[in-house]
Design a protein around this ligand. Structure first.
Ligand SMILES: NC(=O)C1=CN([C@@H]2O[C@H](COP(=O)(O)OP(=O)(O)OC[C@H]3O[C@@H](n4cnc5c(N)ncnc54)[C@H](O)[C@@H]3O)[C@@H](O)[C@H]2O)C=CC1
Ligand SMILES: O=C(O)C(=O)[C@H](O)COP(=O)(O)O
Length: 381
């Protein structure tokens, strides 16, 4: 592909497009769900998010030679087909993993405060210990939380420290799902939690899914939860999104429209990783550094401390699950417009920065609080 004057078609919700790709060619943006074959008749490059299915139907008989998805997940991409047709491809592994870990920690601290327990008094089970799961593992370990881990692909590769899913469900007080969505292979995750194994979840447990909706059989979850409302549900992803099962949504403590990874930092990092991958594939030196892109992301939040704050207060000063939940519940009211409202919440998502971007001023945190803040990703010094 000639690296100059490219015709680039991109999802309108990818940030920093002009900054990173503008010097390479013309950019035409479209709503991700509407991109179709006819839009790509003159396109050299296609940049998508998770809502565009990239398959032969979309790409056949188009000149597209490079596809990038500014996401961690790749279940919407027919990567085998791209490879068979020698179309360059890149995703953005890990781009928003910190954002997801911070989403999880914010949610767990909310539930802990509400139910009157400390995270250190609970066993957290992480299912899928990759980029997201490892970062969550690290932060919770540093906080002093006991963990159990399940990751059959890593276990099969000879790594140690993992237990079977059935054992994790029996042991964990809090279960966090962070697997990719797969339907084939040795360890498919489609309906990993289902009518057969949901019943093994401990009484009073917390179940969080910030991976992909179909990793839990949502119908089975709804039926099971009708008799197990002792289990607190925290769902960021939904089996049929953008359609949300309103009966299931009424049962969750926190529900959000697939925004766990939506830090501005994570999104910009995703676009930049595609830019870097494209430059590498073309043998061009990247002209723009990630740090410069992030610097233009806007001002970092400054949290003024008066000495009375807890870890939960400070985490929620950066990210409040409750605010997202309120907007999400409001979006369910008009059932006819619910799917569009889901997408609008995502399109118009407020700026959320990662913990590392925040500055803490005012009263210096105590050594114990400073340790906790460092554990979850802040830089208190
Ligand atoms: N809700 C959101 O906003 C976001 C959701 N995601 C989802 O989270 C998924 C995980 O992200 P990463 O950790 O970055 O991916 P990753 O590929 O780095 O790690 C996934 C881990 O899951 C393990 N795994 C695969 N199949 C499994 C199974 N059946 N049971 C248990 N473990 C299994 C893999 O061995 C790997 O260690 C993504 O594929 C994406 O679908 C990612 C970012 C944001
Ligand atoms: O990176 C992933 O994988 C995600 O799930 C993204 O956060 C999803 O964002 P969209 O691509 O759906 O905007």
């Amino acid at each position: 592909m000639k690296p100059s004057r490219l015709n680039i078609v991109a999802d309108e919700n990818i940030p920093a497009l002009a900054r990173l790709f503008g010097h390479l060619g013309e950019i035409h943006t479209l709503p991700g769900r509407t991109i179709q074959n006819s839009d790509l008749q003159h396109a050299d490059m296609l940049l998508v998010r998770s809502v565009t299915r990239v398959d032969p139907q979309l790409l056949e008989n188009t000149p597209v030679r490079f596809v990038g998805t500014a996401t961690i997940g790749t279940d919407h991409i027919d990567t085998d087909w791209l490879q068979a047709h020698s179309i360059g491809f890149s995703s953005a592994p890990g781009c928003n993993a910190d954002a997801v870990a911070e989403y999880v920690i914010s949610n767990l601290l909310l539930v802990a405060a509400e139910q009157g327990f400390k995270l250190t008094e609970r066993v957290v089970g992480i299912v899928g210990v990759g980029n997201v799961g490892r970062r969550l593992q690290q932060r919770l370990t540093d906080l002093g939380v006991t963990l159990v881990l399940n990751d059959p692909p890593r276990a099969a590769a000879g790594e140690t420290g993992f237990i079977a899913l059935s054992a994790l469900l029996a042991q964990a007080d809090i279960i966090c799902l962070h697997t990719p969505l797969t339907k084939t292979g040795d360890h498919p995750s489609f309906h990993l939690l289902n009518a057969d194994n949901l019943e093994h979840i401990k009484p009073g447990a917390v179940l969080l899914n910030a991976g992909r909706g179909p990793v839990i059989d949502n119908k089975a979850l709804l039926n099971w939860h009708r008799g197990r409302s002792d289990v607190t549900l925290l769902l960021d992803v939904w089996e049929e999104e953008p359609v949300v099962d309103s009966q299931l949504a009424q049962r969750v403590r926190i529900g959000t429209p697939h925004i766990a990874g939506y830090s501005l930092d994570g999104k910009i990092r995703g676009t930049w990783m595609l830019y870097r991958a494209f430059c590498q594939q073309q043998g061009i030196a990247p002209a723009i550094e990630l740090a410069d892109c992030l610097a233009s992301a806007g001002s970092a939040p400054d949290i003024q401390l008066d000495g009375s704050e807890t870890l939960t207060d400070i985490v929620h000063a950066i990210y409040q699950p409750e605010a997202d939940f309120q907007r999400f519940m409001d979006s369910l009211v008009d059932t006819d417009l619910q799917p569009q409202a889901f997408d609008l919440l995502r399109k118009n998502y407020p700026v959320r920065r990662e913990f590392v971007a925040a500055t803490l001023s005012g009263v210096k945190p105590s050594p114990e609080l400073a340790k906790q803040l460092t554990a979850v990703g802040f830089c208190p010094d």
